[in-house]
Each structure stands twice: as structure tokens, then as C-alpha cells.
Ligand binder design. Structure first.
Ligand code: COA
Length: 260
């Protein structure tokens, strides 16, 4: 499928999605959000895409936010529709059923930070600057940022970032758990692709179930989450891939998973 604002390439089980508006620091206008939504929708059922890498085009930004040109004069219902559309995309990414790794170089602000937070995990270049600057525009985050940030880093730090609108460095983001690891700019993509290749070699069934256990479990209390885990352990434990994985370990050979 041809897109105007994003690129989507696939090789060796890894789909790489690039937000491609570098002259606008990859800002998410409505058209880009729609294209990302279509792209992730088709990646969900694309068995050749076992893992997804999400990045921004150019050196300066992952994504510098929602497109401020489209935020300038909204009615209440237009603003709500915009937020709902952004949230639908974030939910789609979070619940894709396969890992989505964010590779953050440069600015990840507002909707860009929210996009990164919807990913399964985040690796950043040491030049990354993250934040939710919406209060400076008289707005609040609307693509799930107030909810996902507090779940990732805790209420106090989330409120500090949301209310002040301040930017933090990659190192600060890593320290608080907003990004998982920091690399030099040159090391970032090779490191991301290496981890993605490792994930692509695993059983898609196992990864899907692991994602479900963590994501769905977080919406439950501990007891309910553990019961869900036991049920999902049953799904994995009886799978052909569990038989193959354990047999391969015992035979001291590499497993050959069939995603069943
Ligand atoms: N929406 C629309 N356009 C954006 C944008 C956004 N979120 N972020 C950057 N751009 C555009 C700029 O308007 C500029 O376009 P122009 O060349 O046509 O004037 C271009 O991208 C380059 O940005 P510029 O501001 O010149 O780069 P900089 O290096 O001086 O500053 C930032 C970088 C990220 C600090 C600055 O662009 C910025 O503050 N962006 C907005 C961040 C934000 O508030 N995001 C949340 C939105 S809800």
C-alpha cells in the first residue's frame, strides 16, 4: 500500500514503520494518524510481520507531536474526535498482539511521546528529548498520555511532566523508566534491529500471549491478573511451540517454532 506520510518496509520478519515528514519534525497531522492506523491495522494480520519497529525520519525527531496547525481552532467536538482518533491508533499499537519497538532519535514530544508510550518498549538515542508540552499550548495530552505516562513512571513524575510541560533527556527518561535503554545515535538502529531479530525468531503465539498477560493483567487486581496468567500459561503450556522449545533445550539444539 502506498502512503504519503509514512514508509512501511518488511524484511526477515521485521516490519519497519517510519513517520516520514522530516521537514515538520514528523508531526502527526490527521492524514498521518490515519495512515499509521491503516498500516498497523494491516500489520496485525500480516503473518510475515513478526515484530514491528517504529521510528521517525531524519536525525532531528522521532515525532514532535500532533500537528499544531490542526490544533489551533477546534470546537469541543472536533477536539474530542481528534483525541479519539489518536487514541484509537495508540490502542491499536498497544494491542497489536506482536511487539512494537520504538526507536527514538531526537524529539519525542506530545503525540510523539504518546506514540512511543503505546509501543511495547522504547529504545532511545542519547540525543532524544522527551516530554508532554501540551500545557504550554493551553492543552492537555489527548492521545492517552496522561494515562500511559502515569502507569509507566508513577503519578508524581507523570504529573510533573504533564503540568510543567518540561522536556527531559534520554538519560533522565531511562532513569524513570520512560525509555528502556539509551544508545549513541549510531548504535540505536543496529541495537533496535538486533533485538527485533531476536523477537522475530521467537514463537508469535508465545509473544502474543505474553503481551496479553501483561497488558490485560494491568487492568486487573493482582488476584485476577494471576488467574489470567494461569489460564494463559495453559494456552502456552499445551502448545506445539512449548513442546518444541523444551525438547530443543533438552536435546541441546535450537528450537524451530511453528507459531502453534
Ligand atoms: N506541529 C506542526 N509543526 C511542527 C511541530 C508540530 N508539533 N513541531 C515542529 N514543527 C515544524 C515547525 O513549525 C517547523 O516548520 P517550518 O519550517 O515550516 O516553520 C519545522 O517543524 C521545524 O521545527 P522548528 O521549530 O523550526 O525546529 P527547532 O529545532 O527550532 O525546534 C522543537 C524543535 C521540537 C523544540 C519545536 O519545533 C517545537 O517546540 N515543536 C512543537 C512541540 C510540541 O509542542 N508538541 C506537542 C504538540 S501537541
Amino acid at each position: 500500500m502506498a502512503y504519503e506520510n509514512i514508509l512501511c518496509e518488511s524484511a526477515d520478519g521485521i516490519a519497519t514503520v517510519t513517520v516520514n515528514r522530516p521537514d515538520k519534525l514528523n508531526a502527526l497531522n490527521k492524514a498521518t494518524i490515519q495512515e499509521l492506523d491503516q498500516c498497523f491495522s494491516s500489520l496485525k494480520d500480516d503473518t510475515s510481520a513478526r515484530v514491528v519497529v517504529l521510528r521517525g525520519s531524519g536525525e532531528k525527531a522521532f515525532v514532535a507531536g500532533a500537528d499544531i496547525n490542526e490544533l489551533a481552532n477546534m470546537t469541543a467536538s472536533e477536539a474530542e474526535i481528534l483525541a479519539s482518533g489518536g487514541q484509537r491508533l495508540m490502542d491499536r499499537i498497544e494491542n497489536l498482539g506482536k511487539p512494537v519497538v520504538a526507536a527514538i532519535g531526537g524529539f519525542a514530544l506530545g503525540g510523539g511521546c504518546e506514540l512511543a508510550m503505546a509501543c511495547t518498549f522504547r529504545y532511545a538515542a542519547d540525543n532524544a528529548r522527551l516530554g508532554l508540552p501540551e500545557t504550554g499550548l493551553g492543552l492537555i495530552p489527548g492521545f492517552g498520555g496522561t494515562q500511559r505516562l502515569s502507569r509507566l513512571v508513577g503519578r508524581g513524575r507523570a504529573l510533573e511532566l504533564v503540568l510543567t510541560g518540561g522536556m527531559i533527556s534520554a538519560a533522565e527518561a531511562a532513569e524513570m523508566g520512560l525509555v528502556n535503554k539509551v544508545f549513541t545515535n549510531e548504535e540505536l538502529m543496529p541495537a533496535v534491529m538486533k533485538v527485533a531479530a531476536g523477537l522475530a525468531g521467537k514463537s508469535t503465539l508465545t509473544l502474543r500471549v505474553a503481551l496479553q498477560a501483561v497488558n490485560e493483567g494491568l487492568t486487573m487486581n493482582l488476584g485476577g491478573g494471576c488467574r489470567l496468567e494461569a489460564a494463559l500459561f495453559g494456552v502456552c503450556g499445551s502448545s506445539e511451540d512449548a513442546k518444541e522449545g523444551c525438547a530443543a533445550f533438552l536435546a541441546k539444539r535450537k528450537p524451530e517454532f511453528t507459531d502453534r
